[in-house]
Ligand binder design. Structure first.
Ligand code: NAP
Length: 279
């Protein structure tokens, strides 16, 4: 019998995951379907119950459910627990198990571009679900220092507390704090939603200067080249677009569901496949 997978969210229909998994299932000749399923917050519990009864063999979880779903599932793995967000559901012992593949997706996207996190000074923009993944990716990758900058500084402080690591701190709103951090940073991870759907939107304050030695990863993937990545490229920085993270977090989901570890060449093929659709 054909296996059934989906991405749940509101909205879910703009997700690139159906295209990503259709390609993977065809490539590995797996008899499975993957659809986008609109799920309102009020219907989230019913969806988890469907999964518990075997209607789905796996699900990706997107906004706004990544945190709320934790209350409804039967177990979660260590990383999802630490990050406090679930982006993947899989059947497991005792029922529906939550996982987080975003942090690994972020780490692997950087590694693919040859960007080292070990001993690096990392600046993370944002404090939402994506920023949580970025902070844990950087800390678990061995970063020397992780500084979080967010429009709402209080939320950055909450994230730093969640990380619970002396290497992790918050940048205040005072002028110059972010620039000082950028001046000594090796890696900048942009994980706000600024730029999504707007190629001109600036994620950094006007006048911010990027050093040419900085590696810049923007998690936004629509458009693939954001204003930040354009500016970074013009400065000679290594740039990593959000599609790479999407691909790598998806490959980890695929592994959780099928137990197949895709060979390294698959990431580039998938990136190329999705490139035309990410506009
Ligand atoms: N490439 C991937 O695989 C991948 C994976 C996950 C997420 N993402 C992308 O990452 C982005 C963030 O997702 P999320 O789940 O973290 O969203 P979220 O939880 O809603 O958080 C949004 C973040 O963006 C900030 N923000 C929003 N509008 C802003 C503005 N006008 N100026 C400054 N900051 C602003 C928010 O700041 P406040 O706290 O001040 O509101 C918050 O830090 C989205 O574009 C998402 O598509 C990509």
């Amino acid at each position: 019998m054909s296996q059934r997978f989906c991405v749940i969210g509101q909205p879910a229909h703009r997700s690139l995951s159906p295209r990503l998994f259709a390609w993977l299932f065809a490539h590995f000749r797996i008899d499975a379907t993957y659809v986008a399923r609109e799920v309102a917050p009020a219907d989230l519990a019913a969806f988890v119950a469907e999964m518990r009864h075997g209607a789905w063999q796996g699900a990706s979880v997107t906004a706004p459910h990544k945190i709320a779903v934790r209350e409804l599932i039967d177990a979660e793995d260590d990383l999802a627990q630490r990050i406090g967000a679930v982006n993947t559901l899989a059947p497991g012992q005792g029922g529906v198990v939550g996982h987080n593949t975003d942090a690994l997706g972020c780490r692997n996207a950087l590694a693919h571009a040859g960007v080292a996190l070990a001993d690096a000074n990392v600046v993370v923009l944002g404090s939402g679900g994506a920023a949580r993944a970025a902070v844990f990716a950087a800390l678990d990758g061995g970063a020397r220092r992780v500084q979080i900058a967010n429009r709402t500084t209080d939320r950055a402080a909450v994230l730093a507390r969640l990380a619970g690591d002396a290497r992790c701190g918050v940048l205040g709103p005072e002028p110059g704090a972010l620039q000082d951090a950028l001046n000594s940073a090796h890696v900048l991870i942009q994980s706000t939603s600024v730029g999504m759907g707007d190629p001109m939107a600036q994620a950094l304050p006007e006048g911010a200067v990027l050093g040419s030695g900085l590696a810049v990863h923007d998690m936004v993937y629509r458009p693939i080249e954001t204003a930040l990545l354009r500016a970074a490229r013009a400065r000679g920085c290594v740039t990593v677009d959000g599609l790479w993270m999407l691909v790598y977090q998806g490959l980890r989901q695929f592994q959780l569901w099928t137990k197949i570890e895709a060979p390294p060449t698959i990431a580039a093929a998938l990136h190329a496949h999705l490139h035309g659709a990410a506009h």
